[in-house]
Design a protein around this ligand. Structure first.
Ligand code: NAP
Ligand code: G3P
Length: 487
C-alpha cells in the first residue's frame, strides 16, 4: 500500500470517480499528530467544484452499482476486509499517529472493522421484502397482491468523527454499498489520512469507479456545501450534537441517520457487586481517554455504598497507565485530540473544583495529556454534571434511591446509553424501562458493540438507528409492485 511518513512532502489525494486527485485550489490542510505535533501528512482543501465532481461521479455510478447482484457487492466488502487485515499494522500505526489512539485500541479498531465488513456482506444477502394479500383489508377481494422489495436510496453522504476514523466510516460505507447505494465520504479532518487510506483499500478490493468517492476539507469551510448538495439522497452523520443539529436545520427533506453526543450514566444500586462495577466504570470512562460517545460520563450511586465505590474507583484509576503512545505500547489514557479539547476538559475540572466537588484522583494536565480524573460529591449546579467532556474526567453524583437516580439521569439533554449495576433483575428492568436512552447495559459499561446490535441515541444524542441490519434498512426504502388479477 502506501507507507505513512511524517514529512509534509506526503500529500494525500482524494478518490473521485476512480482517480486520485489533488485540488485545483492548491491548498492543503496539514494533519499534525496530537502526540508530538509532527506533520503526518497533508490533505487537499477541496473546492465546491470538486465536491460537485465527487457527487456527480457517485450519481453517475449509481445505476450500474445497484443492478450488480448483492453477492457481487458483498464480495467487495469481503475483499476490503481481507486487505484491512493484511495491512492492519500500517493502518493501526496511522491511527496512533493521526488521532493519538493507544496501540491496543488502534489495532482493535482495524480488526473490528474487518469483522464489520464481513458481517455486513452476509447481512446484505439477507435483505428481504414481503408480499401482502389485498383481501386482508376490508372491502378488497383477493385479486390484489403487493410485492414489496427494498431499494437503495441513491447517493449516501457519509460524515465520520475523529475518534473512529476507520470504523465509523465503514459503519456508514459498508451498509450503504451492500444495499446498492453509492457513497461520498467526508472524513473528519483529524482522521482524514485514515479515511483516505480506507478508500485506497476499497479501490484495491475492486470497488468500481465512482461508487466510493472522498472529499476532504474543513467541515467549517465546506461542510454546508456538501450537506446541502442537490445530489445527496441520505446523510449518515456521526459527530457532535452541535454539528448534527446544524446539519439537520439546513438540509430540507433529506433523510438522515445521526449519532451524536452523550452523557452516559452508570447507575449503581446498593446491592451491586462493587468490585465488578468499579472495573466496568473505569474501563468505560477512561479508555481512549474518554473520547468515545459511549464513555461512562457520570456515575450516579446510591449514597449508602458511595464511599466504598469511590475507594474502589480511586484505586483502579491510580493503576491506569497514562502516557504517550509514541513512548509506551500499553496505555489507557493518552493525550487528547487537541489543545482545544484539553482546555475544555480542564474548564469542567476547574468549575467542579470552584463549586466544591471533592477531587478524588487526577485533576491536572501536562500539555494535552489530562490525568484520569474523578470527582465525588458533584452537585447539579456544576457543569461536569451535565456537559460532555469527551475526556478523562467523570463525576460521582450521590442519590438516596433509584427513583432519584432515574430522575437525574433523564434530566440530561442526551439519551445515548446508560448502565445499571444491580443483582436484582426486577430493579434492573425497573430502571431500564424508565431511562430515556437508546440502550441500557445491565452490569456492563456503556458501549456500542457488538456492531449488529441496534445502536441509537434519543433526544440530543441523535436520530435513527445504527447497527448493521438497521443501517441497511435506514439506507434503503420499500418499493411496492401491486399485481391486480382480473378475476
Ligand atoms: P464534530 O466536530 O461534530 O465533527 C464530526 C464530523 O462533522 C467531522 O467530519 C467534521 O469535519 C464534520 N463537520 C464539522 N462541521 C460540519 C458542517 N458544518 N457540515 C458538515 N460536516 C461538518 O465531532 P468530532 O469532534 O469529530 O467527534 C466528537 C463528537 O462526536 C462528540 O460530541 C461525540 O460524542 C460525538 N460522537 C458520537 C458518536 C456516536 O456514535 N453517537 C461517535 C463518535 C463521536 P471536520 O473534522 O473537518 O470539522
Ligand atoms: O464514539 C464512538 C462510539 O461509536 C462508541 O463506540 O465501541 O467505543 O462504544 P464504542
Amino acid at each position: 500500500m502506501f507507507s505513512v511518513i511524517r514529512s509534509e512532502e506526503k500529500s494525500f489525494r482524494n478518490l473521485v470517480n476512480g482517480e486520485w486527485k489533488d485540488s485545483t485550489s492548491g491548498r492543503f490542510i496539514e494533519i499534525r499528530s496530537p502526540l508530538d505535533d509532527s506533520i503526518v501528512g497533508r490533505v487537499p482543501a477541496m473546492t465546491t467544484g470538486e465536491v460537485d465532481e465527487a457527487m456527480e461521479a457517485a450519481r453517475n455510478a449509481q445505476d450500474a452499482w445497484r443492478i450488480k447482484t448483492v453477492s457481487e457487492r458483498a464480495e467487495i466488502l469481503n475483499a476490503a476486509a481481507d486487505l484491512l487485515i493484511e495491512n492492519q499494522e500500517e493502518i493501526a500505526n496511522l491511527l496512533i499517529l493521526e488521532i493519538g489512539k493507544d496501540h491496543k485500541s488502534a489495532r482493535s479498531e482495524v480488526v473490528r472493522t474487518a469483522d464489520f465488513l464481513r458481517f455486513t456482506a452476509d447481512s446484505g444477502k439477507n435483505i428481504t421484502g414481503e408480499s401482502l394479500p389485498g383481501d386482508s383489508f376490508p372491502g378488497f377481494k383477493n385479486n390484489k397482491i403487493s410485492v414489496v422489495k427494498r431499494e437503495p436510496l441513491g447517493v449516501v453522504l457519509a460524515i465520520s468523527p475523529f475518534n473512529y476514523p476507520v470504523n465509523l466510516s465503514v459503519s456508514k460505507i459498508a451498509p450503504a454499498l451492500v444495499a446498492g447505494n453509492t457513497v461520498v465520504l467526508k472524513p473528519a479532518t483529524q482522521g482524514s489520512l485514515s479515511g483516505l487510506y480506507l478508500a485506497r483499500l476499497f479501490q484495491h478490493a475492486g470497488i468500481p469507479d465512482g461508487v466510493l468517492n472522498t472529499v476532504t476539507g474543513k467541515g467549517s469551510e465546506i461542510g454546508d456545501y456538501i450537506t446541502t448538495h442537490k445530489d445527496v439522497d441520505f446523510i449518515n452523520f456521526t459527530g457532535s450534537t452541535e454539528i448534527g443539529r446544524h446539519i439537520s436545520k439546513i438540509t430540507e427533506m433529506v433523510p438522515a441517520l445521526m449519532e451524536l453526543g452523550g452523557k452516559d450514566a452508570a447507575i449503581v444500586l446498593a446491592d451491586a457487586d462493587l468490585e465488578m462495577t468499579a472495573g466496568q466504570i473505569v474501563a468505560g470512562a477512561f479508555s481512549y481517554s474518554g473520547q468515545r460517545c459511549t464513555a461512562v460520563k457520570r456515575i450516579i450511586v446510591i449514597d449508602t455504598v458511595a464511599d466504598k465505590l469511590v475507594e474502589l474507583l480511586r484505586n483502579k484509576i491510580l493503576d491506569l497507565k497514562v502516557g504517550n503512545p509514541l513512548e509506551h505500547e500499553a496505555l489507557d489514557v493518552v493525550p487528547l485530540i487537541s489543545t482545544k479539547s484539553a482546555d475544555f476538559v480542564c474548564g469542567l475540572i476547574d468549575d467542579a473544583k470552584q463549586k466544591g466537588a471533592k477531587l478524588i484522583a487526577g485533576g491536572s494536565r501536562t500539555g494535552n495529556l489530562v490525568e484520569p480524573t474523578l470527582f465525588d460529591y458533584v452537585t447539579l449546579d456544576m457543569r461536569l454534571a451535565w456537559e460532555e467532556p469527551f475526556g478523562p474526567v467523570v463525576p460521582v453524583i450521590r442519590v438516596h434511591d433509584k427513583d432519584e437516580a432515574i430522575k437525574i439521569a433523564n434530566e440530561s439533554e442526551y439519551g445515548l446509553q446508560s448502565s445499571v449495576f444491580t443483582n436484582n433483575i426486577n430493579d434492573a428492568f425497573y430502571v431500564a424501562d424508565k431511562l430515556e436512552v437508546g440502550t441500557v447495559q445491565v452490569n456492563n459499561k456503556t458501549e456500542r458493540g457488538p456492531d449488529h446490535f441496534p445502536f441509537l441515541g434519543v433526544k440530543a444524542s441523535g436520530m435513527g438507528t445504527q447497527g448493521i441490519k438497521y443501517s441497511i434498512e435506514s439506507m434503503t426504502r420499500p418499493k411496492a409492485t401491486i399485481i391486480n388479477i382480473n378475476l
